[in-house]
Design a protein. Structure first.
Length: 370
């Protein structure tokens, strides 16, 4: 019973109103191992344990705030069993403690760093599995080379992939900052900011998509892409990045409350997954998008095409000015839902939700942000 209590300490801490006895029984049945991660070595060891063919547990990895310099080849998770992996940042210790006692729900305090020359995190699925994978409250920065900063390939996995409240910035990669390949499961890509990245290769053209998402071997599968900001991404020569969202597959894509404003010709591109097949169905709901390729917003979607008026993009500030047309322009209940907070931990809905990953603080009327 003592081992079970250790594994479930976070559940007990966060749901103190529940009976401890009931919680422990539930956690034993769910077989969830929760680890407080202090450094790179622990993160590598915990990912190796979650990747083991004999893994019999769901793994929750709680990362203490700080910078985690990726090892050679990046962090790797190979999903073999039907168990889930949840990686969340923002944890910190109480005075005198060495544990993950509390959590700041922001992407900015826990940074996975590619050191300028490699991928940061690569996940693949081997064999038929059904485990979920979740990333939350993280920054992916300084990936470099012929890689993606984050690559998740769930070719044989019917589970759900969530990338939420995460920042991708200052990555310089040939193949883009994010690549998600989920033929059979669902995808929730919500409240993420992909800003200030360099995509593509100086010797090639149209080679990098800021976020490439392939979803669905079946039209019944849906990807929910809500409240993201893609902006300020370029090619190595300084020209706008070739693609913002590069969407392909047989699934349906629901986009709501996004800002995609790189100034290129294909801020949202819907492409065929195989030659001769039609592009995926894409539904827009109150987005602010600069350019489209192979797709157009539906009549009545209230999607706009207006400069979002970022505060100071030259200095990586992609929050919204108060005069932005994206303020109070969103849908509070889009398909796939919205998060309670934005990418920096600001309350998400104050009246009507704003577009993009950053919610404007409407409490202070003097123009100063928190």
């Amino acid at each position: 019973m003592r081992a079970i209590a250790i594994n479930c300490r976070v559940a007990v801490r966060r749901l103190a109103a529940c009976s401890v006895l009931v919680l422990l029984s539930h956690c034993a049945w769910a077989a969830t191992v929760t680890k407080c991660v202090h450094n790179v070595t622990e993160l590598q060891n915990d990912l190796a344990a979650a990747s083991s063919p004999t893994n019999a547990n769901d793994h929750v990895l709680e990362l203490l705030e700080g910078v985690y310099l990726a090892p050679s080849g990046g962090f790797i998770f190979n999903q073999i069993t039907n168990h889930s992996l949840d990686i969340e940042g923002g944890f910190f210790s109480n005075i005198g403690s060495n544990g993950c006692d509390r959590q700041r729900l922001t992407a900015t305090t826990t940074k996975l760093d590619g050191r300028g020359n490699q991928a940061i995190f690569t996940s693949s699925s081997s064999g038929v599995t059904s485990g979920n994978i979740t990333f939350r409250y993280l920054t992916f920065q300084h990936a470099g080379g012929d890689v993606n900063a984050l690559e998740v390939v769930m070719r044989h996995n019917a589970g759900t992939l969530r990338v939420e409240n995460t920042l991708f910035t200052h990555n310089q990669t040939t193949y883009g900052s994010v690549y998600l390949d989920v033929p059979f499961g669902k995808v929730y890509f919500i409240d993420n900011a992909l800003v200030g990245n360099v995509n593509g290769n100086v010797s090639k053209t149209n080679d990098g998509s800021t976020a490439a998402i392939y979803v669905g071997a079946s039209p019944s599968v849906v990807a929910y892409i809500n409240n993201n900001t893609i902006a300020g991404n370029t090619e190595p020569d300084g020209s706008p990045a070739p693609f913002g969202f590069d969407l392909s597959g047989s699934a349906g894509f629901d986009l709501a409350n996004n800002i995609v404003w790189d100034g290129n010709d294909c801020d949202v591109f819907a492409g065929s997954s195989t030659q001769g097949s039609p592009p995926p169905a894409v539904t827009f709901d109150r987005d602010d998008i600069d350019h489209y390729c192979n797709v157009a917003p539906q009549t009545g979607s209230k999607t706009i095409n207006k400069d979002p008026l970022f505060v100071d993009p030259a200095h990586d500030n992609y929050r919204l000015q108060r005069s932005s047309p994206a303020v109070d322009a969103g849908d509070n209940s889009p398909p796939g839902g919205i998060r309670a907070i934005d990418v920096e931990g600001t309350p998400r809905v104050v009246g009507v939700v704003d577009l993009g990953a950053y919610e404007l603080d409407t409490i202070f009327a003097d123009g100063f942000e928190l």
